[in-house]
Design a protein around this ligand. Structure first.
Ligand code: RP5
Length: 161
């Protein structure tokens, strides 16, 4: 049963949002993925948000670019935590996405990560950290991931030749 939903506004977001699903795979988190455009599919967005909790979702990761209303409107339709990922756009380099996602009004939070691939990866890790509060397998995978990451950084010094 999916613990996390990875939602994006368009297939054009997939190359970046793939970083999210790759890390969820590594950390053993069950997820589903969807394209739901806030502007082109407003009714589908509302239905998805309204059913998220009863469908067993514990975290929603939503990536969008430009006038990036998807994460905020999902958050408006559910109390499942939403992590927003600002896509790096061509026109404004993702600053448009970031400001659209991060500036939520009080009362409807979206946990916003960095623009682009780093944010996409971190969204997956953050979701896994939330899931790990009640899932010992994911907790173990996260602990191992952190240890490997630390070791890789220590060993990277050897590349300074
Ligand atoms: C947003 O508009 C999507 O999240 C995407 O980043 C952006 C452009 O979408 P396309 O025109 O490429 O489908 O809704």
């Amino acid at each position: 049963m999916p613990q996390v939903a990875v939602v994006m506004g368009s297939t054009s977001d997939w190359s970046s949002m793939k970083k999210t699903t790759e890390i969820l795979d590594i950390l053993g988190v069950n997820y589903e993925k969807h394209v739901i455009s806030a502007h082109r599919m407003p009714k589908e967005l509302q239905v998805f948000g309204e059913n998220a909790r009863k469908n067993g979702l514990q975290v929603i990761i939503a990536g969008a670019g430009g006038a990036a209303h998807l994460p905020g409107m999902l958050a408006a339709n559910t109390t499942v935590p939403v992590i927003g990922v600002p896509m790096q756009t061509h026109a404004l380099n993702g600053l448009d996405s970031l400001l659209s996602i991060v500036q939520m009004p009080a009362g409807v939070p979206v946990a916003t990560v960095a623009i682009g691939d780093a944010g996409s990866k971190n969204a997956g890790i953050l979701a896994a950290q939330i899931i790990s509060l009640n899932d010992s397998h994911v907790h173990a995978a996260l602990t191992e991931f952190r240890a490997r990451q630390t070791q890789a950084s220590i060993e990277s010094e050897e590349d300074l030749v």
